[in-house]
Design a protein around this ligand. Structure first.
Ligand code: FAD
Ligand code: DHB
Length: 406
């Protein structure tokens, strides 16, 4: 038997994009259902991003999700760029008034799931056979099988594809409409979570002739570290002492001692770019990693996902509650501009800070020329800071009948 249901918005994926979308829609009085292939535990433990831009922090606070973020998030004035044996401060706070906050994606996801559960709207975890059916242009249907093996058919007014890079929603769009383009770098990141207090007060982006290294943080006791490794590298090739030796070499600065500690987790993250040309087809709207992947160097992925769903929630509230489809019609164009802006800084930083895979004798002096110009020209530094710090605000407006939670 098939269980037939109805909702206003069916959301595929309980990552940051899908969960935040459900929360913002509920502020505007729009009902939704979220389905997720993985378990709650898996979603809450998946190690990924950790940098929240000021506009993302503000949206989470305004949406009533700022409690733990305010007490546990670590706000930082800026970042360091390290090259040629020197560490240069990029003071985002004084250059842009938009500091960044370290607060792990795992914690954002936990807060969002807790909010949905408290509202009696728990995501449906552990589903299989997810299908986005767009045959009827105005009445999309979500189909899935729940953990008990029952098949569900959810009729809705709009479908949100928040199912990440490996999801099913992009494939529901005809390729000619989707217009996907992508590119892969010849290197990857080894991401390491370690039980060691951060050894710098801000994130350090370092280029060394052995490769890029990034020192970041999660809590006063936990550091997050990344090393450039060849594409296709296996994490098992990196025993803990090799990780520490390489981090110490690449991040070394006179007078800046870096500790060591137990490695809690390590994984290799590919470096790729992908963007669709249309984030909408009929009544399916793509958001977050389902629509675009930026290389992690700019720390933009999670923030872009938040920006997408801020505008998507506003668009769907206007379309479904106020019967004004204007914003929904512009959603794709508006968000693709932002995605490409983020792509541009992320790709620029990636090229400037990674050792090219081949013997590219042209690339290295070019990188140093760019980095020197950046830190010696106040105008260039300001432009970089503006770009890195992200947008001034995200576009969430639930309208007159919607109320922001206090
Ligand atoms: P996701 O977080 O991918 O969520 C999509 C959800 O959809 C998942 O929970 C998935 O299980 C679910 N799903 C998929 N298919 C289906 C289906 N058929 N049915 C139901 N559910 C489905 N960004 C940074 O800024 N810094 C980083 O260090 C960083 N590291 C990363 C490491 C990895 C391994 C990855 C993949 C990404 C990383 N990112 C990083 C990017 C950032 O984490 C993402 O941009 C962010 O997670 C996007 O959120 P999302 O909700 O769009 O997608
Ligand atoms: C982190 C990740 C990034 O991609 C980045 O550019 C900076 C920090 C992090 O996980 O903390």
């Amino acid at each position: 038997v098939t269980i037939r249901e109805q909702t206003q918005v069916a959301i595929i994926g309980a990552g940051p994009a899908g969960l935040l979308l459900a929360h913002l829609l509920s502020i505007g009085g729009i009902e939704s259902v979220v389905v997720e292939a993985r378990s709650r535990e898996y979603c809450e433990a998946r190690q990924r991003a950790g940098v929240l831009e000021a506009a993302t922090v503000r949206l989470l606070h305004d949406a009533g999700l700022g409690g733990r973020l305010a007490s546990e998030g670590m706000e930082c004035d800026g970042i360091y760029l390290q090259f040629g044996g020197e560490r240069h401060h990029v003071d985002l706070r004084s250059l842009t008034a938009r500091p960044i906050t370290f607060y792990a994606q795992t914690e954002v996801v936990k807060d969002l799931i807790a909010a949905r559960v408290a509202a009696g709207q728990s995501p449906r975890f552990g589903v299989t056979g997810t299908e986005a059916d767009l045959t009827d242009a105005d009445r999309p249907v979500l189909r899935y099988t729940d953990m008990a093996g029952s098949r569900h058919e959810v009729a809705c007014e709009a479908l949100a594809g928040c199912d990440g890079f490996h999801g099913v929603c992009r494939a529901a769009v005809p390729p000619a409409v989707l217009g996907e383009t992508s590119m892969q770098y010849p290197y990857a990141w080894l991401g390491v979570l370690a039980k060691v207090p951060p050894s710098a007060d801000q994130a350090v982006y370092a280029i060394h002739d052995r490769g890029f290294a990034l020192h970041s943080m999660r809590t006063p006791e936990i550091s997050r570290l990344y090393l450039q490794v060849p594409a296709g590298e296996r994490a098992e090739a990196w025993p803990d002492d090799r990780i520490w030796a390489e981090l110490h070499t690449r991040l070394a600065m006179p007078g800046q001692e870096m500790g060591t500690g137990p490695v809690l987790e390590k994984a290799v993250v590919g470096m790729r770019c992908m963007a669709v040309s249309s984030m909408r087809y009929r009544r399916l709207f793509l958001a977050g990693d389902a629509a675009h992947i930026v290389p992690p160097t700019g720390a933009k992925g999670l923030n872009l996902a938040a920006g997408d769903v801020a505008l998507l929630a506003t668009s769907l509230i206007r379309m479904l509650r106020d019967r004004q489809p204007d914003l929904a019609e512009n959603y794709s164009a508006l968000r693709l501009l932002q995605a490409w802006e983020a792509m541009s800084i992320a790709c620029q930083m990636t090229c400037m800070l990674h050792v090219p895979a081949d013997e590219d004798r042209f690339a290295v002096p070019l990188q140093f020329a760019q980095l020197r110009h950046l830190v010696s020209s106040p105008v260039a530094l300001r432009a970089f800071a503006e770009h890195y710090a992200g947008p001034v605000s995200l576009e969430f407006d639930p309208g007159p009948a919607g109320a922001f939670a206090a």
